[in-house]
Write a protein that binds this ligand. Structure first.
Ligand SMILES: Nc1ncnc2c1ncn2[C@@H]1O[C@H](COP(=O)(O)OP(=O)(O)O)[C@@H](O)[C@H]1O
Ligand SMILES: O=C(OP(=O)(O)O)[C@H](O)COP(=O)(O)O
Length: 403
């Protein structure tokens, strides 16, 4: 994999450099609630701009449906990038259209432009190679060189991640180099006990990684939206909690295999439940109760792990030599449901082993709950990406940079 340092040594003065970043930041009402992913790409953007490149920054944000949707505009991220750089950043209101070309054509060496959300184009995420290729061709017309630095998206076989680097000279940015360097340690020389905590809401994406983790981890702690498919598979009522009904047979097999392999699979023993999903805008106090995990009322949903589970999870983390955590164990954006996630974060800090927190929302939760990010072994910008890396999978965005 060629690195950005090699590119800088070759010289970028006046060249148009496309930086595929992951600026998929959490937003509340159009306001960024955690800018960690923007800060993470600053070294790459600054180095390129400092060397006289015309820097074109691109990213996805959220999961719009292949067409423009103002709720998913990258404009807030572009503005924040400008503030962090301390320099104006041009913003193009389309991705590969006239606005993008105007913005790029208007750049002077050392200046930066951000183009609109890549996922406003169906070609970005298409499963059809030709459709993705066509979009990648249009992106390639905006630049002379490609720098991959969107670690959080390297597990996606998307046009800007996978197809575009094949069309331009390509290099890995500083963030990707750092992330891969740290995560590699967890695949090569993992010290045991190795505890993995999984939570969050991208249940269907992340259930698949458990298959591989059952052969790698010593303990697997399941919280967040992920837990309810397991609880249901155990025969419990889960009410209106997040549930991946079609995955119940898969999860049942996971529980059997964990038992056979001697992997401790730990589920919540109590949960905070409510009839309503909390209002994340106003953060109005929630109306919830705490129940045992086998007593979830049919009209309620589980929104955080309860106090007994927090203790249990902390106990399973305390003596670990290696901990990997992806996914808040509750709806941590709301103060009433952040207690479980805070307890897990505290348990990581109390553990002497090497601790890694991965994922946009997990990292945001840890920072927004007031924890010092430097106190953890590593905070990865990618949740799904780091999990799939730990699985040993070939990640399209890394493979494309290696070719
Ligand atoms: N029990 C739950 N029910 C619904 N959503 C949940 C639950 N627990 C956590 N979440 C949500 O999961 C989201 C984060 O999930 P995910 O994207 O998978 O994590 P990450 O970005 O760290 O990889 C958060 O927005 C959080 O509110
Ligand atoms: O937020 C992300 O991943 P994560 O939630 O697994 O950390 C990345 O930006 C990838 O987004 P995607 O899962 O919509 O492809």
């Amino acid at each position: 994999m060629k690195t950005i340092d090699e590119l800088l040594a070759e010289g970028v003065d006046g060249k148009r450099v496309f930086v595929r970043a992951d600026l998929n930041v959490p937003l509340a009402d159009g306001t960024i609630t955690d800018d960690g992913r923007i800060r993470a790409v600053l070294p790459t953007v600054k180095a390129l701009a400092g060397a006289g490149a015309k820097v074109v920054v691109a990213s996805h944000l959220g999961r719009p449906k292949g067409a423009p949707d103002p709720a998913f505009s990258l404009l807030p991220a572009a503005e924040r990038l400008g503030e962090l750089l301390g320099a104006p950043v041009a913003f193009a209101q389309d991705t590969v259209g006239p606005a993008a070309h105007d913005a790029v054509d208007g750049l002077q060496p050392g200046q930066v432009a951000v183009i609109e959300n890549l996922r406003f184009n169906a070609g970005e995420t298409s499963k059809d190679d030709a459709e993705r290729g066509e979009f990648a061709d249009r992106l390639a017309a905006l630049a002379d060189v490609y720098v991959g630095d969107g670690f959080g998206a390297v597990h996606r076989k998307h046009a800007s991640v996978y197809d575009l680097p094949a069309r331009l000279p390509h290099y890995a940015g500083y963030l990707i180099a750092t992330e891969v360097g740290v995560l590699k340690k967890l695949t090569e020389d993992v010290k045991r006990p190795y505890t993995v905590i999984l939570g969050g809401a991208k249940v269907s994406d992340k259930l698949a990684v458990i298959d591989e983790l059952l052969g790698k981890a010593d303990r697997l702690l399941i919280g967040g939206g992920m837990a309810y498919t397991f609880l249901k598979a155990k025969g419990y009522e889960v009410g209106i909690s997040l549930l991946q009904e079609d995955q119940i047979p898969v999860v049942t097999e996971y529980m059997e295999r964990a038992e056979k392999n001697g992997v401790e699979l730990v589920l919540p023993v109590d949960v905070l439940v409510s009839t309503d999903f909390p209002d994340l805008k106003t953060k109005a106090p929630a109306d919830f109760e705490t129940v045992d995990a086998d007593k979830i009322p049919s009209n309620m949903e589980g929104l955080d792990i309860g106090p007994k589970s927090r203790e249990l999870f902390a106990e399973k983390i305390a003596d670990a030599e290696t901990v990997f955590w992806n996914g808040p164990v509750g709806v941590a954006e709301h103060p009433d449901y952040a207690g479980g996630t805070a307890a897990v974060a505290r348990a990581l800090l109390n553990c002497d082993g090497f601790t890694v927190v991965g994922g946009g929302d997990s990292a945001a939760a840890v920072r927004n709950l007031g924890f010092d990010e430097n106190a953890f072994g590593h905070i990865s910008t990618g949740g799904g990406a780091s999990l799939e890396y730990l699985e040993g999978k070939t990640l399209p965005g890394l493979a494309a940079l290696e070719n």
